[in-house]
Ligand binder design. Structure first.
Ligand code: FA5
Length: 341
């Protein structure tokens, strides 16, 4: 029995020499220390031994078992350390390398101009008032003094929805009626920003969708002088204190009198170039005193109240400020364009 134990030990230790991986080590453990290993069979034969031999054989068998177990533990630790060292070597990370820059988003040029416009008018006491983009024909036209078949409707080429009398708003002016009806008979001073839609041929200065910022002030003694003062102040804050402005008579059915405001072309300094069509001036908005019919439709008595309104295109203003030559870049989603702002 002693000899057999000697052989078991030698064979097991020799087999352990060639074990080079944790998987093979597990196979070795099953073969030499598992339930059907030769060593375990010695324990099973134990009861058939003469009584006086049992303690010595038992002692020796336990020694062999402990020896094999301690070699197993040693080998396991060595293999584990090996694997770790290898992983550290192959998966090494150079923590001194510079980091990859994180891509930062930017605000769309229209958003930047819109925020500047909100700030300027907020300082003059105008609140932002948002209204719907899908409008009724009544609000977009009729309540603004543009009845069906009125020739002025040609100015607003319209996208109609499939429901009769419902359309995508062609300007932000219908918001005037919403704001007046919500506030009458109290004075009101708001700007109404938002997207407008027109069914028209696109060009360098015309898109089928664009933002407008409408302005509306209604009160007891509002004059054309207030309108001019407000808009001249706006132009100075937006384009610089030295900017020159002029008002030209115009026509809108919902204002009387009506005007358009130009700023001096800062590309040519007023001398005339192709951006200002050789006039030296650039139109930036339409405006006027709110028409009595519109005041009444909004819930105000025109004998007691007066008001002014204006409507400007932020994309056109952005084009002037950033010298952008084509409005179609704004919604083209070309990152090369957007990343410049
Ligand atoms: C109007 O839409 C009037 N509702 C403005 C107004 C409001 C006048 C209140 C009086 C009182 P107009 O169609 O001119 O007016 O448009 C106003 C501005 O919107 C233009 O000056 C321009 O900056 C911008 N705009 C108009 N059409 C387009 C278009 N197709 N693409 C880009 N911007 C446009």
């Amino acid at each position: 029995m002693f000899e057999e134990l000697e052989k078991i030990q030698t064979a097991a230790l020799a087999a352990l020499e060639s074990v080079q991986s944790e998987a093979l080590l597990e196979q070795w453990r099953i073969a030499h220390l598992g339930r059907s290993a030769p060593l375990m069979q010695v324990f099973e034969k134990f009861n058939s031994l003469p009584k006086e031999e049992r303690p010595v054989v038992g002692k020796r068998a336990n020694e062999v078992k402990r020896l094999l177990e301690s070699h197993l533990a040693e080998r396991s630790e060595a293999l584990h350390q090996n694997a770790l060292a290898q992983a550290l070597e192959t998966e090494r990370l150079d923590v001194t390398l510079p980091g990859r820059p994180i891509q930062q988003g930017r605000l769309h040029p229209s958003t930047q101009i819109l925020r500047r416009i909100y700030d300027i008018f907020a300082e003059m006491g105008f609140q932002v008032y948002r209204t719907r983009e899908v409008e009724s024909d009544e609000y977009n036209f009729e309540l603004l003094n543009i009845p069906a078949h009125h020739p002025a409707r040609d100015m607003w080429d319209t996208f109609h929805t499939i429901t009769p009398g419902v359309l995508l708003r062609t300007h932000t002016s219908p918001g005037q009626i919403h704001a007046m009806r919500e506030n009458a008979p109290n004075p009101v001073r708001v700007i109404l920003p938002g997207m407008c839609y027109r069914y028209e041929q696109t060009s360098a200065r015309k898109e089928i969708q664009f933002n407008q910022v409408e302005g509306l002030a209604v009160g007891h003694h509002i004059t054309f002088g207030d309108l001019k003062g407000t808009l001249i102040d706006f132009a100075r804050r937006m384009f610089g204190a030295a900017v020159r402005t002029r008002f030209r008579a115009s026509h809108f059915p919902f204002t009387e009198p009506s005007a358009e405001m130009d700023i001096e072309c800062f590309i040519c300094g007023g001398k005339g170039c192709n951006v200002c069509s050789s006039t030296g001036w650039l139109e930036i908005l339409g405006c006027g005193m709110v028409h009595p019919v519109v005041l009444r439709n909004g819930g105000y008595d025109p004998k007691e109240f007066s008001g002014f309104a204006f409507g400007m295109g932020p994309e056109r203003i952005a084009m002037l400020r950033y010298k952008i030559e084509d409005i179609r870049y704004f919604w083209g989603n070309d990152l090369r364009f957007l990343e410049q702002f």
